[in-house]
Design a protein around this ligand. Structure first.
Ligand code: NAD
Length: 261
């Protein structure tokens, strides 16, 4: 990897690293030269490319503290934080419980606050020594740009991620802290999350079977297909790099044209 997308010397933390987009992100950042700390609540034994594996439940303030302290002790810096961990909720409003709503908010939104809060000081110190500063990349969704039936809880959480990212970007810029903050908005990507969503669509009677659901979701993209995790990871690696040195408070939409129409 050469030029301004090079991440040599950078240290990155990726949450939800055992998932589809998480794995691809660990690989893309490592490929660009970063030392990557992979974290998840799930077992990560098979996530390739990571320099270190640390358990992290993103809803736990104590766990965030422990992980950031460990990264500072082992690497002395943190340049990139990818807040990727997330869950989907596919349910009617009538059947959604408060517990289900709050769990989604805890994993998808509390995580963004807790991670930013815990890592801010280390990111600021590291960013001061690095071209383009340090970078927080938050995974939102096309569901953070527009609503979707049976996805009100998920869309609310991803809308919150979008505006938290913009507000943090503005605050850090005002405070002259060298931390850029951007959100990424994938369309439908081939991971376990979409398989779960297809299964729920079928359970709700919205589609006859998973294949019909998959075909309908694919057709919702102008390019008539879903995306691959690697196609999201490339965008994340770009935002993390000095090539994106003038990008903060932005939304990087990677959706095969879904929201263009
Ligand atoms: P995935 O289900 O493959 O992976 C999600 C990962 O998050 C899993 O490894 C899981 O163990 C982890 N996780 C769940 N709860 C956690 C917790 N409390 N603490 C730490 N880790 C936890 O999903 P994915 O498709 O790779 O999604 C990654 C991100 O991208 C999510 O934020 C998701 O909302 C977003 N996204 C995905 C799609 C898509 O179509 N797949 C589209 C738009 C946005």
């Amino acid at each position: 990897m050469t030029g301004r997308t090079n991440l040599e010397g950078a240290v990155a933390l990726v949450t939800g690293a055992n998932g589809g987009i998480g794995r691809a992100t660990v690989a893309a950042l490592a490929q660009a030269g970063a030392q990557v700390v992979a974290s998840d609540v799930a077992d990560m034994a098979t996530v390739p490319g990571a320099a270190l594996y640390l358990p992290l439940d993103v809803t736990s303030e104590d766990a965030w503290q422990t992980v950031i302290e460990r990264i500072e002790r082992d690497f002395g810096r943190l340049d990139i934080l990818v807040n990727n961990a997330g869950i989907s909720v596919t349910n009617s409003i009538a059947r959604t419980t408060l517990e289900e709503f709050r769990r989604c908010m805890a994993i998808n939104v509390d995580s963004i606050f807790l991670g930013t809060h815990a890592a801010q000081a280390l990111l600021a110190r590291s960013g001061a020594e690095r071209e383009g500063g340090s970078s927080i990349v938050n995974l939102s969704s096309v569901g953070g740009l527009r609503g979707a039936p049976f996805m009100a809880t998920y869309c609310a959480s991803k809308g919150a991620v979008k505006l938290y990212s913009k507000s943090a970007a503005l605050e850090f810029a005002l405070l002259k802290l060298p931390i850029r903050v951007n959100s990424v908005h994938p369309g439908g990507i081939e991971t376990n999350m979409m398989d779960t969503i297809f299964a729920r669509y079928v359970e709700e009677g919205l589609f006859a079977d998973v294949e019909t659901a998959r075909a309908a979701v694919s057709a919702g993209h102008a390019m008539s297909r879903m995306g691959r995790p690697e196609e999201i990871a490339e965008g994340i690696a770009y935002l993390a790099s000095p090539a994106a040195s003038f990008m903060t408070g932005s939304e990087l939409v990677i959706d095969g044209g879904m929201t263009a129409r």
